[in-house]
Design a protein around this ligand. Structure first.
Ligand SMILES: Cc1cc2nc3c(=O)[nH]c(=O)nc-3n(C[C@H](O)[C@H](O)[C@H](O)COP(=O)(O)O)c2cc1C
Length: 289
């Protein structure tokens, strides 16, 4: 059995999840290739039994780079199993609609959705989760992924709940489509910049250039936040969304008992429900063993 995981990850959360999937599937003797969607993609899909696509939810949608990848993907000779993995900053069911368009595009090419999984990871925009919350989210995902892999390998289907009026909502929230053209060009670099050019090198669409010593942001921004999130001097202003900017990588590895949780009340019920659902799944899996 050979799996291909094609993924896009703006700031690393989705990549962490993909790496865990690869590790877990390989432990179960499955061959796994991973490919970054932003790179030149040269592969023969007919060599694989299963296609997995992983992405971060952007305004309840899949990032446009992921949809463009799906449009370019060749039709398969035989029906192929499709598995979708998404990460998002909050556990709202509305995030479920993000894969609707992707599934539709791929169905026409013979890729049939059998399993879909959603992992909550810390926000890279809106507000900074505490490192404790990041630790808890990552720890939860690490414990749940082995169970989800077992389900996949047993050919047991798993689909996320449909959302009422999903298509209309999807259309309304296409933030990236105008965001790239309109907001992306409004990005600015301030005087703290040390011209390390990490943002230039890292941008998935090569949208950042330096011309005559000045940073120029083009119209192909994906709003993935990689440039501003990873900027070592927090020098990039992200236009209309500046107040929601999050800068600096999370510490996923240490639990700090003294750290205060940010925005304690924000979507509290949904987060609690998500963690409870995951705990129940882990407990049930242990009982079966
Ligand atoms: C432009 C943008 C829009 C986002 N929209 C949503 C959203 O609608 N729902 C949500 O829960 N998280 C949203 N997020 C948060 C990301 O989905 C989340 O932090 C994700 O894990 C980031 O993954 P990455 O590090 O692989 O890019 C958004 C992030 C960005 C940058």
């Amino acid at each position: 059995m050979k799996f291909l995981i094609c993924y896009f990850s703006g700031t690393g959360n989705t990549k962490k999840i993909v790496d865990k999937y690869k590790e877990e599937l390989e432990l179960k003797k499955v061959e796994v290739d991973t490919k970054k969607i932003e790179e030149e993609l040269n592969f023969d899909i007919n060599e694989y039994d299963v296609l997995m696509i992983a992405y971060p939810v952007h305004a309840f949608n899949a990032p446009s780079i992921v949809l463009d990848f799906a449009k370019k993907l060749s039709k398969t000779e035989k029906q192929k199993r499709l598995i979708i993995i998404k990460t998002s900053g909050e556990p709202l069911a509305l995030n479920n609609i993000s894969s609707q368009k992707l599934v539709k595009i791929l169905k026409k090419k013979n890729y049939i959705l059998t399993n879909e999984y959603h992992y909550v990871m810390p926000y890279n925009i809106i507000f900074r989760h505490s490192d404790n919350m990041a630790y808890k989210m990552w720890n939860t995902a690490q414990n749940v992924i082995p169970i989800d892999c077992k389900e996949i390998l047993k050919n047991k289907e798993n689909k996320l709940k449909k959302v009422f009026m999903g298509n209309v909502l999807l259309w309304l929230f296409q933030i990236e489509h105008w965001g790239g053209r309109f907001n992306g060009k409004r990005y600015k670099v301030n005087e703290k910049c040390i011209k390390c050019q990490k943002c230039v090198r890292n941008c998935p669409t090569n949208n950042i250039k330096i011309e005559n010593g000045e940073f120029k942001f083009g119209k192909n921004c994906l709003m993935c936040m990689r440039c501003s999130f990873l900027c070592p001097t927090n020098s990039i202003k992200i236009g209309l969304f500046e107040k929601w900017k999050v800068n600096g990588e999370y510490n996923f590895d240490n639990y700090n008992e003294n750290e205060e949780q940010n925005h304690k009340k924000y979507c509290k019920k949904s987060y609690n429900k998500y963690f409870k659902r995951c705990e129940d799944k882990i407990k049930k899996d242990k009982e079966v063993i």
